[in-house]
Structure formats: C-alpha cells, structure tokens
Write a protein that binds this ligand. Sequence first.
Ligand code: ADP
Ligand code: MG
Length: 219
Amino acid sequence: MIVEAKGLVKIFKSGGRQVTALDNIDLRIDQGEFVLIKGPSGCGKSTLLFSLGGLLKPTSGAVRILNKDIYALSENQRLKFRSQEIGFVFQSYYLVPYLNVMENFMLLNKVNGARVTKDDMSRIAKRLHLEHRLDHKPSEMSVGEKQRASLARALALKPKLILADEPTGNLDPENAEEVLRYLEEFRKDGGTVVMVTHGSDADKYATRNIKVDSGNIID
Ligand code: ADP
Ligand code: MG
C-alpha cells in the first residue's frame, strides 16, 4: 500500500459560499498501480490529487503515504517528504519561463533540496529525447517537449509515486502517447502513477479507473 486516504473532506469557502469539493473519500492505492481519475469538470479530481500528494490540506480526514500521515507533519517536514517521494506533473508544466531547461532542472537543488547534477539531468533528458533542448527556454519548445521536460524534472528525484493532473491535456495524440509511455515505463520500473484525465488515451495503461462525481468516488 502506497497511498491511503480516509474520510477525506475538502470544503472551500469563497465569498460566503461553501463548496464541498471532496465529500468523504476513502481510497487505497498499491505500489505498481496506474490509476486513472476521471469525471466531469469541477467534480473534485484536482482537489483529490493535490490532497493525496500533500499539496492541499483537507478540511478533515487523513492521507497516509508510505505509512506516513502526511498532514500530521509540519509544513517543512511535508515539503521534504513530498520532494523525496512524490513527483508532480501538471497540464501547464510550471517551467520557469526565463530559464532554459537545464537551469529549470537545477532549481531542484534549490527548491527541493535535491542533489542532482547536470550529468544526471543530461542522462534523463536523453532518455526523454530532450538532449537537444537543454539550452532552450520554454518559449522555444513545443508543448510536447515542455511536458517531457516537466516529466524529466519529476523523474529526477526518483519518486516512488507520480501524480499527474491532465498531463496530456495540451498535447496532440502523438505527444500524449509519448508522455504516457514514459509514465508506464516509470511504473514498470517499480513506480506508481495516479493520473487525472479527461480523455481515454491512457486507458490501455490503466490498471484501475476511478470515477469521481460531485466529490464522491462513484465507481
Ligand atoms: P476538477 O479538477 O475535477 O475539474 P476541482 O478539484 O478543481 O475540479 O474543483 C472541485 C470544486 O471545488 C469545483 O467546484 C471548484 O470550483 C472548487 N474549487 C477548487 N479549488 C477551489 C479554491 N481554491 N477555492 C474555491 N473553490 C475551489
Ligand atoms: Mg482539475
């Protein structure tokens, strides 16, 4: 068991209104799974993923990752734990626009307290067909390359778990397939993937599908 969520509730309060984004979710994910989270827009998929990953503290309930109660940790401990164990990939990459790819990678050492070298990153970049883009800025790259760069950054920290929020949302089918293949490779090497998606492009890699509606797991 790598992730266990119990009684997850997340209520957002905005402008006097309350939105229940997660309505008492229980979930267990084992090592080696490739889990897809699907459901209509606004149903709580991102909220669930971020809560599972230690990015968003639930209103109530608990998340255990590798048997650690992550929201019982201090913010600093949680940041450290997250950096060591979890990789994140988002639809919109989050590369720093004025830094080239290698400089973006090297930020891992500052922001995540990692110790990755340029050699490490060149090796990973090569595996993801990015070796010719290391001195390019995000604006000089295709969307597929940008997403591979953000995946390379996630893989660099050798996480046990990758959480991906619509990682193929901006990609054409070919680039989407490439990113999915790397995620599957990561899983085959012993990793675990939890991915939010709208489409069906990842269905063939999924070991499990989770359907979410109105903050509940319905299937
Ligand atoms: P999905 O990823 O499935 O599209 P989200 O998890 O982003 O859905 O959002 C679930 C619900 O919570 C939506 O109604 C959304 O408007 C609301 N929500 C998400 N984030 C916030 C926030 N920071 N403040 C207020 N409401 C939010
Ligand atoms: Mg979302």
